[in-house]
Design a protein around this ligand. Structure first.
Ligand code: NAD
Ligand code: TYD
Length: 353
C-alpha cells in the first residue's frame, strides 16, 4: 500500500512527504514535473528511504499516472501539484490553465479508471484529496466575516480562477461518478522550503542580501497565515476522517496585514542577525506599484474542520514566523541552491535525465 503525492517536491508537498515518512510506515510515491518550483533537494533527507520514490512527470500524463497507480497499488492520491504564484499567473496564465485545469482533469480521469476497477475494501478505502486555496472565494471587505465552506466562489486572478476550475472538476467527479474525493481550501502557508518568490521568504532573503523589501500598494492587504506543518496535519486528518465529497477550510486564525508581516520579519532579523550598521532592516522597506487586481483580504473560518474532525493549528504566528526565519538562517546551502538554480544540476546528478 502506498499514497501518491503529486507536486511533492514543492513547498507544501515536500513538507507533507517528510512528515508522512516520519509518522507513518506507509510508502510514498511523489509525482512531480520539477518545474522551477519543484526542488528534489527538499526531499534529500529521505532519498535513501526504501519507502520513498520520486518520479519526474506531469499530472497531465494520463498514461504515466495510470501506470503509477497500478504499479504501486495506490490507496490515496493527494493532489498538491499546481502552478501556485499569483504574480506569475498575471504575467503568463497559460501554464496555470494547463496544469491546474487540464492537468487536474487528466489526473481525475486516470484516477477514475483506476478506482473503477478496484473491488471490495480497496474500492471502499480509496481517496482522492485535492489541495486547494482560500483564494477561490475572492476578496473580503475589512468587516466581512471570514470565508466558510458556503461562501460563493469569486476568484479574481488567473491563479485563483484556475484553482476554482479544478475544485469544480473534483466536485463534479464525486457528484457524477461517485469518485471518493475530499477538498481542502487553505489560507496562506509559510515555513521551511518556501520558494523565495512568495512574500515571507522573499523578504527574509532580500533583507539579508541588503536588497529592497518591496511592499505592494499601501501594504494593508490582509492574509491569514498558517504554518506549513499545521496545514500538513490538517490534510492528514481530512484524509483519515473527512466525509466524502466534503470541503474543509483550513486556516490559522492569524490575519495580518502585509506591513505587519514585514515589520515582524525585520524585527526578528534585527534580533537574530543584526545589520552591520546596527540599523533596522525596516530601513530597506519600499512601497512599490500594486499588483493588478490585488485581493484586499482573505480570512478563513476553520470552525468546520475543528468541530467535525477535531483539528486545530499547533503554531501561533509568533512561534511559526520565528521558526521560519531561523530555518532560512540555518539553511544557507538550500537558499544558495534555489537562488542559483544549482538544484537543477543536483537532479541530473542524483536521478539522471
Ligand atoms: P509550489 O509552487 O511550491 O509547488 C508546486 C509543485 O507542483 C512543484 O513541485 C512543481 O514542480 C509541481 N508541479 C507543477 N506543475 C506540475 C505538473 N503539471 N505535474 C506535476 N507536478 C507539477 O506550491 P505550494 O505552495 O507547495 O502549493 C501546493 C498546493 O497547495 C497547490 O495546489 C496550491 O494551490 C495549494 N495551496 C498553496 C498555498 C500556499 O500558501 N502556498 C495555500 C493554499 C493552497
Ligand atoms: P504572496 O506570497 O504572493 O501570496 P498570495 O498573493 O497568494 O496571497 O503574497 C502575499 C501578500 O504579499 C499579497 O498581498 C501580495 C504581497 N506581496 C508584496 O507586498 N510584495 C511582494 O514582493 C510579494 C511577493 C507579495
Amino acid at each position: 500500500m502506498a499514497i501518491l503525492v503529486t507536486g511533492g517536491a514543492g513547498f507544501i508537498g515536500s513538507n507533507f512527504v517528510l512528515e508522512w515518512l516520519a509518522q507513518s510506515s506507509e510508502s510514498v510515491v511523489v509525482l512531480d514535473k520539477l518545474t522551477y518550483a519543484g526542488n528534489p533537494d527538499n526531499l534529500s533527507s529521505v532519498q535513501n528511504d526504501a519507502r520513498f520514490k520520486l518520479v519526474q512527470g506531469d499530472i497531465g500524463d494520463r498514461t504515466l499516472v495510470s501506470d503509477l497507480l497500478t504499479k504501486h497499488g495506490i490507496r490515496a492520491v493527494l493532489n498538491f501539484a499546481a502552478e501556485s504564484h499569483v504574480d506569475r499567473s498575471i504575467h503568463a496564465p497559460g501554464e496555470f490553465i494547463q496544469t491546474n485545469v487540464v492537468g487536474t482533469f487528466e489526473l481525475l480521469e486516470a484516477v477514475r479508471a483506476y478506482w473503477g476497477a478496484l473491488e471490495g475494501d480497496a474500492r471502499q478505502a480509496f481517496r482522492f484529496l485535492h489541495v486547494s486555496t482560500d483564494e477561490v472565494y475572492g476578496s473580503l471587505g475589512d468587516n466581512d466575516p471570514a470565508f466558510t465552506e458556503q461562501h460563493r466562489y469569486e476568484p479574481n486572478s488567473p491563479y485563483s480562477a484556475s484553482k476554482a476550475a479544478s475544485d469544480h472538476l473534483v466536485r463534479a467527479y464525486h457528484h457524477t461518478y461517485g469518485l471518493p474525493v475530499l477538498t481542502t481550501n487553505c489560507s496562506n502557508n509559510y515555513g521551511p522550503f518556501h520558494f523565495p518568490e512568495k512574500l515571507i521568504p522573499l523578504m527574509i532573503l532580500n533583507a539579508l542580501n541588503g536588497k529592497a523589501l518591496p511592499v505592494y500598494g499601501d501594504g494593508r492587504n490582509v492574509r491569514d497565515w498558517l504554518y506549513v506543518t499545521d496545514h500538513c496535519s490538517a490534510i492528514r486528518r481530512v484524509l483519515e476522517s473527512g466525509l466524502l465529497g466534503e470541503t474543509y477550510n483550513i486556516g490559522g486564525w492569524n490575519e495580518k496585514t502585509n506591513l505587519e508581516v514585514v515589520h515582524t520579519l525585520c524585527d526578528i532579523l534585527d534580533d537574530l542577525s543584526p545589520r552591520s550598521d546596527a540599523k533596522s532592516y525596516r530601513e530597506q522597506m519600499q512601497f512599490v506599484k500594486d499588483r493588478p487586481g490585488h485581493d484586499r483580504r482573505y480570512a478563513i473560518d476553520a470552525s468546520k474542520v475543528e468541530r467535525e474532525l477535531g483539528w486545530r493549528p499547533a503554531e501561533t504566528f509568533d512561534s511559526g514566523i520565528r521558526k521560519t526565519v531561523r530555518w532560512y538562517l540555518d539553511h544557507p546551502q538550500w537558499v544558495q541552491g534555489v537562488v542559483s538554480g544549482a538544484y537543477r544540476d543536483w537532479v541530473k546528478t542524483q536521478y539522471g535525465q
